[in-house]
Design a protein. Structure first.
Length: 225
């Protein structure tokens, strides 16, 4: 009986000797696999959050940029000629230049009766939508209500409205009073009665772009001539 007890105790001791080398290698492999999966999940989650934030920021910037452009374009106004020809044009058109990616015009906006208008440009520069403003050279209108503006290449105000705009994108489309599209280049700028503004934002790493579109009319423009 004593011999049987010794053999049983010996068997019990052998079962508690620990992991074999094979079992240890398997455990290490499983642990490494779990660590790899956890790391991949963390990286993917971080990328998704970062991308979502980038898209959200881009959309907010685009919305703010659209609001600013619509506000200014809506206030576009022809500039009276200092010496108009009798029976001829009485004003310079509100728009000085108009392309698919830039527009330059005169505007009365956020002004009291004693303040002068501004000349405004919106243009895509290196993937960024930039607003530039030039002030009138005086605070009172000249002959026939005409305004002269700073002609320096350096604007009085310059700021970036939004970025991440893809190259070769069409931002501005122009329409006449009947709603018909005007073909670029526009030979008669006074024909512009409304503008459709499209802001397309392609954040880095995003699979698809965010696009905002707004059609803006101009109540201050009559014939523009």
């Amino acid at each position: 009986m004593i011999g049987r007890m010794r053999r049983r105790l010996g068997a019990d001791r052998r079962t508690d000797t620990g992991l074999t080398l094979v079992e240890l290698l398997i455990a290490m492999g499983i642990a490494a696999l779990i660590a790899t999966l956890a790391g991949s999940l963390f990286v993917a989650s971080t990328h998704s959050v970062s991308l979502a934030q980038s898209i959200d920021n881009g959309t907010r910037q685009g919305s703010n940029g659209m609001n600013e452009m619509a506000r200014m374009v809506r206030a576009a106004t022809p500039n009276p000629l200092a010496n108009p020809t009798p029976g001829g044009a009485q004003n310079d058109p509100a728009f000085v230049s108009a392309t698919a990616t830039s527009v330059l015009f005169y505007a009365f906006v956020n002004l009291s009766g004693a303040e002068s208008p501004v000349k405004v440009q919106f243009a895509v520069v290196n993937g960024q939508l930039v607003e530039s403003q030039w002030k009138a050279t005086t605070t009172t209108a000249g002959t026939n209500g005409h305004w002269d503006f700073n002609t320096s290449a350096t604007p009085d105000l310059k700021r970036t409205l939004c970025g991440s705009i893809p190259s070769s994108v069409v931002v501005f489309q122009y329409f006449d009073a009947s709603g018909a599209p005007l073909t670029l280049p526009i030979s008669t700028l006074s024909a512009i009665a409304s503008i459709t503004i499209t802001i397309t934002i392609q954040p880095t790493g995003a699979a698809s772009a965010v696009t905002l579109t707004n059609s803006v009319g101009m109540s201050n423009i009559g014939s523009g001539s």
